[in-house]
Write a protein that binds this ligand. Structure first.
Ligand code: G3H
Length: 478
């Protein structure tokens, strides 16, 4: 069937023996846009076997050569930004310009990773024994970083390309092989991205990309004995994966409820601009989106007024027109968001705009006077709906932030750096941004979540390190 995109294994594009496919629904038209292969467990087994043997040779490939291939892939990826971005528009309704940005950012990430890799992997340690009590200077220890083996990468729908390469590039530079399971929405963009690595000329079998239903191959992949490391970004499936996975390093980023604490002395124009960008870009479908505003009561009216004025200017419509607000990824996601909105309505939140929905398209909505008994105060909508909770003390804001089961990022707006530092220390999140909305990038910054937001730390340097193991050789003198 020529209509079904092939999966990638052993350096070739293949049809699955299942004869089945998975449909990718365009969020805007709600019609089938593409189809991908529904791979079988036997196909996964084969991919793993090949990945294992390809890795052995790759680990012996000089580091500079690995870097050279990654630079090549990065250049090819950037050259092909238009067709890949087109897939992102059709599969996940990412606004056209943001879709291009995602691909370019991905190329830059791959290049940076190659550069960083040759530096940090080119260094080891040398230790001598006589610093530890009872030892003479008779033992010399040499350490270096060695690859883990096969890395399994599972990125989410909201960055099918960028959050795939943020796992692929560190894995490869460190000498691992890579098996990618893209999200269904975004799988075709991911397959195109993989083709760029194919064109760069990586050895056969080093990179594979299997597509299919999570119910068929999800657990099979994550519990596969050949997998030596899992890097996952997504929802609470990650918690289930971490419970079932074997004794292997895990890197997980599982969402957040990023709070924005606003103090009386903050520059409210700056705050409003960051709330709108942070809360509504890609229609709120970012784990680092501002997901709750905690504002001091005395300035709340002014701030809400400013945010409202900016929300009114957001364009709403199809991603092809580069609208700010585009349809959310699926009907079930839109229904979930609507459930949170209706719960808030029933419990008395103030609607700053009228709630409006057409298909998967939800108009941006600011909910004021949200209270802790409303679901929206705690749950992440992953949509263009932002709650405002008015607080009477900074402590109340910190308390709300820390009572969340999530702890990804948070932000605080104030002109007083001393207060900002104290609040940053008190917030139980992986990152606190002072006077800016939460964000993962620049992509070499460490990125990590506390509590249900994940384990391990990402960012280029941390990911490379995480995908290696320390190996020591000790020279013993007589
Ligand atoms: O959705 C989760 C992403 O890691 C967020 O990345 O801050 O660049 O949008 P971003």
């Amino acid at each position: 069937d020529g209509d079904v995109f092939k999966y990638y294994a052993d350096g070739e594009w293949k049809k699955s023996s299942s004869g089945k496919s998975v449909a990718i629904i365009n969020p805007t038209t709600r019609k089938t846009q593409y189809k991908v292969q529904a791979c079988t467990q036997e196909e996964v087994n084969k991919v793993m076997e090949i990945a294992k043997s390809a890795q052995k040779l790759w680990a012996k490939t000089p580091l500079w050569k690995r870097a050279e291939l990654l630079h090549k892939a990065a250049a090819i990826l950037k050259e092909h930004k238009a067709p890949i971005a087109e897939c992102l528009v059709k599969e996940i309704a990412k606004p056209a310009k943001d879709a291009v940005t995602e691909v370019v950012r991905s190329g830059d990430l791959v290049s940076y990773c190659a550069e960083e890799g040759v530096r940090i992997l080119g260094e080891g340690k040398f230790l001598v024994s006589d610093s530890f009590p009872g030892n003479e200077r008779t033992k010399y220890c040499l350490t270096s970083k060695i690859p883990l083996g096969v890395v399994l990468a599972i990125p989410p729908f909201n960055y099918p390309v960028n959050l795939a390469v943020s796992k692929i590039a560190p894995a490869l530079i460190a000498g691992n092989s890579l098996v990618l399971k893209p999200p269904t929405q975004g799988a075709v963009a991911a397959l195109h991205m993989v083709h760029c690595f194919h064109l760069a000329g990586f050895p056969k079998g080093l990179i594979s990309c299997v597509t299919g239903k999570g119910s068929e191959i999800g657990d099979f992949l994550t519990m596969h004995p050949a997998v030596n490391c899992i890097s996952f970004t997504g929802g609470d499936t990650g918690i289930a994966i971490s419970k079932k996975a074997g004794m292997i390093p895990l890197q997980m980023e599982l969402g957040g409820k990023d709070a924005c604490i606003v103090l009386e002395d903050a520059d409210l124009d700056l705050v409003a601009a960051n709330i709108v960008k942070g809360g509504f870009s890609y229609s709120g479908q970012r784990c680092t989106a501002v997901k709750v505003v905690l504002v001091m009561e005395s300035i709340a009216d002014t701030l809400v007024g400013k945010v409202k004025a900016k929300v009114a200017k957001l364009t709403v419509g199809p991603p092809e027109n580069d609208c700010d607000i585009t349809p959310v990824v699926s009907e079930s996601s839109a229904n979930f968001i609507e459930g949170l909105v209706m719960d808030a309505k029933q419990k008395g939140a103030t609607f700053c705009q009228e709630y409006k929905r057409e298909g998967n398209l939800i108009w941006p909505l600011l909910l004021d006077n949200v209270r802790p008994d409303m679901r929206i105060a705690w749950e992440e909508p992953f949509g263009p709906v932002l709650p405002v909770i008015r607080i009477s003390s900074v402590e109340e804001g910190i308390h709300h932030c820390n009572a969340s089961n999530f702890g990804l990022q948070g932000c605080v707006f104030t002109a007083d750096i001393n207060k900002a530092m104290l609040i940053s220390d008190a917030m139980e999140t992986g990152t606190v941004q002072i006077n800016s909305a939460p964000a993962r990038g620049p992509d070499h910054f460490p990125f990590q979540g506390l509590k249900d937001s994940g384990i391990g730390s990402q960012g280029i340097t941390n990911s490379i390190t995480m995908m290696t193991k320390i190996k020591s050789t000790v020279i013993n003198l007589p």
